[in-house]
Design a protein around this ligand. Structure first.
Ligand code: 8YV
Length: 323
């Protein structure tokens, strides 16, 4: 049997690449530069499967091909708002993602960010490295206690729940949840969580707000100036979801005028470009999209893509089909 042809758009962990090369007629983009739109469109006409990451923008233009060869887009990552859903659907493509396997690591990074911003760890690290530390004093880099506070979680899927588990069971935090659908009472009970109907209800209650909802047009600027105003003075905002969920200009204003206590971001609108306004803010921790960046998660994500491909090419419905 002829092996299906597969395009891998970025370098993946070696063990996964080896498996891909064995099972498929695999082509790897070995340069460190993501493929441009026209190259992606071309790929749609040349490969049975295209395996993109978040850095590949699969807008409607990429799907404007008369004769697609591609049948499946196996996204390496859980979020897929970089793929135009309606165009993929119109072309009759199957799209899969990689849920579960990165939930714990992404929640770990959200906890890292929450602790860093509350305890001013980023500011402290910069001070030590830059030789500006003049020694211990009672009023130096005094932050905010995390344990026992209220954490508001927007989006209560797998990653949101892992965040709640850590915060509630490890740090004794009270958990308030907002989610687009009703969460089963037995799931809420696992984290002592209370669900509210709206973001407006959640924000004034929370000392920390952590975003775990999908990106894309529906949630663009979900956190805007009006909603930042609803946060408690001194509260902190954490984002490991997608950059577009926050209006970054409004956030920079809230940080500069101390309307909120601080923010911690792993994702940015238009990343890796960082809005210059954000660069001015000291009460802001920024990481370069590290949510799933562990050896374990990145390997598991790759093998999950392989599972989905194996299902698809043997005529089964892939377990992680999202389109
Ligand atoms: C991935 C992520 O590493 O899975 C996601 O949605 O945000 C990241 O952790 C990235 O998307 C790779 O495609």
């Amino acid at each position: 049997m002829v092996k299906p042809s597969v395009l891998v758009t970025r370098r993946w962990p070696a063990a996964v690449e080896a498996q891909l090369a064995e099972s498929y007629n695999a082509t790897f983009n070995t340069s460190d530069i993501p493929l441009a739109g026209p190259e992606m469109r071309d790929a749609m006409t040349r490969f049975d499967a295209v395996l993109p990451t978040v850095t590949d923008k699969l807008g409607s233009d990429v799907f404007e091909v008369a004769k697609p060869q591609a049948k499946i887009i196996g996204n390496y990552g859980v979020g897929y708002s970089h793929i135009c859903e309606s165009s993929a659907r119109d072309l009759g493509l199957t799209v899969t993602n990689t849920p579960d396997v990165l939930s714990e690591c992404t929640a770990d990074i959200a906890m890292t960010l929450m602790l860093m911003v509350a305890r001013r760890a980023g500011e402290g690290e910069r001070e030590v490295r830059e030789g500006r530390w003049t020694g211990w004093r009672p009023t130096h880099l005094v932050g905010t206690k995390v344990s026992g506070k209220t954490l508001g979680i927007i989006g209560f899927g797998r990653i949101g729940q892992e965040m709640a588990r850590r915060a509630h069971h490890g740090f004794g935090m009270k958990i308030v949840v907002q989610n687009r659908s009703k969460v089963a009472p037995e799931i809420l009970a696992q984290y002592g969580a209370v669900q509210v109907d709206t973001v407006e209800e959640l924000l004034p209650q929370a000392d920390f707000v952590s975003l775990h909802c999908p990106g894309g047009a529906a949630n663009r600027h979900l956190i805007n100036a009006a909603r930042l105003d609803l946060m408690k003075p001194g509260a902190f905002l954490v984002n490991t979801a997608r950059g577009e969920v926050i209006d970054e200009w409004a956030l920079a204003q809230a940080l500069m005028f101390d309307t909120i206590g601080g923010a911690a971001l792993d994702v940015f609108d238009g990343e890796p470009r960082i809005a210059p306004d954000l660069m001015q803010c000291d009460n802001l921790v920024m990481l370069p999209h590290l949510g799933s960046a562990t050896r374990e998660a990145r390997e598991a994500m790759g093998f999950r893509v392989l599972d989905n491909l194996a299902d698809f090419f043997s005529g089964r419905d892939p377990r992680d089909r999202v389109i």
